[in-house]
Design a protein around this ligand. Structure first.
Ligand SMILES: [Zn+2]
Length: 452
């Protein structure tokens, strides 16, 4: 039994159903779970560990709902700097074909370390390339080294370049292999218990890169195990046209017919949904992960997020892959979502406000992952929380420091805790050596370039 008391926060944002924000707030934690939340004067006075958060803004830890961590060593890759999604993929696949398990592991650690510094405490990775030797075990190992909760999307592609996909044939799998591999990863790693650090979801890449049969069987496999289901949908106008030409339907409609839209599903991007698609997603209870930086970077368009929210859809936040964002930073994504919602807005009624953006990064994102134990600071929830010093130069003097977290150019948290244990302390990872990681990356990139 161990207890933690975090107290005296300037304001503690619970994100509970009443959206309580508690001045002089604090948390009392026992064995990784929150036992009490409230005014610090009403909390126990003693604990094994006491943290004084005077002057800090405290929020639930951020949850990332779409990533491709294996791209973290491909940021600003020259052949893919200036193209849309298809051109970007064409530039990167020859590089990805050369990647081995060591590259994937290093990239995963790098992306997780970066996103943890931006306030993430739970991260979902959509991992759909499994070149020889790449294993889920290494992904989970990387996550446990960094210290975040990790949801691995066992992804897949079975349509390659000759048949309208993007990957070279050497990088795709056949259907049997995907389904057997996914079942194996579920059996080995999925832990549904409260406070779990390891979960698995089923994640074929998209309607363009997975056959209807694979989409359908993957969705059925997720349903059989009660797991979340995830794929890219409505990312580009080209995808809408391709699916219409090949299958004679809107992608959302086709996905629904294949059993892919359920209350356990969420889709990445959702830039190009019309009113019919929105109504369909609402009826199915399917959520959306908004990835604003990637949508801008690849010229995919602007997802009408406030329209989705007004129609009752759950919208969370994701950074997308490191090579289509060039960062893994949820604070940047939060601010970008807030600002981008205003670019295409017909009136200010369509603007996201700061608290809506913060909800997306916390309770909404946790909901997309099917978590009922993170994303909110309330009794019974895991003690995943983050703290920002309100005297920092980026936000000092703000009358509304909670909104300032979303409006101002913040890129790092000051402190964070996962399951009541420190993840970030004073803007640095508490138990992870970034300089050692960078040295390993440097060594590997010399090897890849053939330089000794
Ligand atoms: Zn993606």
């Amino acid at each position: 039994m161990s207890t933690l008391l975090a107290r005296n926060a300037r304001v503690l944002v619970t994100m509970d159903n009443e959206r309580h924000e508690i001045a002089h707030g604090g948390l009392f934690v026992r064995d990784g779970f929150i036992e009490q939340v409230g005014d610090s004067k009403d909390l126990p006075k003693q604990a094994d560990e006491i943290v004084d958060l005077t002057g800090h803004i405290v929020l639930p830890g951020f949850v990332n709902t779409h990533h491709h961590l294996n791209q973290s060593l491909d940021r600003a890759y020259p052949p893919s700097q200036n193209g849309n999604l298809v051109q970007w993929l064409k530039g990167l696949y020859p590089r990805w074909e050369q990647c081995g398990p060591e590259d994937t592991k290093l990239a995963t650690e790098l992306g997780l370390a970066e996103i943890a510094l931006s306030g993430a405490t739970t991260v979902a990775d959509h991992h759909y390339l499994w070149p020889k030797g790449v294993t889920a075990a290494r992904q989970f190992e990387a996550a446990s080294r960094v210290g975040v909760r990790f949801h691995l999307g066992r992804g897949s592609q079975n349509i390659g370049q000759p048949h309208g996909g993007f990957a070279p044939v050497s990088m795709i799998e056949d259907e049997d292999n995907v389904l057997a591999g996914t079942s194996e990863v579920i059996a080995q790693f999925h832990d549904p218990s409260p406070g779990s650090f390891r979960q698995v979801f089923v994640a074929p890449s998209s309607l363009r890169t997975a056959t209807p049969a694979l989409m359908q069987k993957s969705a059925a496999l997720a349903a059989k195990h009660g797991l979340q289901f995830h794929f890219h949908l409505g990312e580009t106008k080209a995808e809408i046209d391709y699916v219409a030409a090949k299958y004679g339907k809107r992608p959302a409609q086709f996905a629904e017919e294949l059993g892919c839209l359920t209350p356990r599903s969420w889709v990445a991007h959702g830039v190009h949904f019309d009113d019919g698609d929105i109504a369909l997603l609402g009826r199915c209870g399917c959520g959306i992960c908004h990835c604003p930086s990637s949508n801008m970077r690849l010229s995919s368009g602007i997802a009408p997020v406030s329209r989705y929210l007004k129609n009752g859809l759950t919208v969370g936040l994701g950074v997308d892959g490191s090579a289509s964002n060039d960062s893994s930073n949820l604070l940047v994504e939060l601010r970008t979502a807030l600002l981008l919602s205003r670019v295409a807005a017909e009136s200010d009624a369509d603007f996201l406000n700061a608290r809506m953006a913060l909800e997306m990064a916390t309770r909404n994102s946790a909901g997309l992952l099917g978590r009922t134990d993170v994303g909110i600071l309330a009794p019974g929830y895991a003690a995943d929380f983050i703290a920002f010093d309100s005297d920092r130069i980026e936000i000092a003097g703000s009358e509304d420091p909670v909104a300032a977290i979303a409006f101002c150019a913040m890129t790092r948290v000051d402190h964070s805790w996962v399951h009541g244990r420190p993840l970030v302390r004073h803007g640095q990872l508490a138990d992870y050596d970034v300089s050692d990681l960078v040295e390993r990356i440097r060594r590997r990139s010399r090897e890849r370039r053939g330089v000794s």
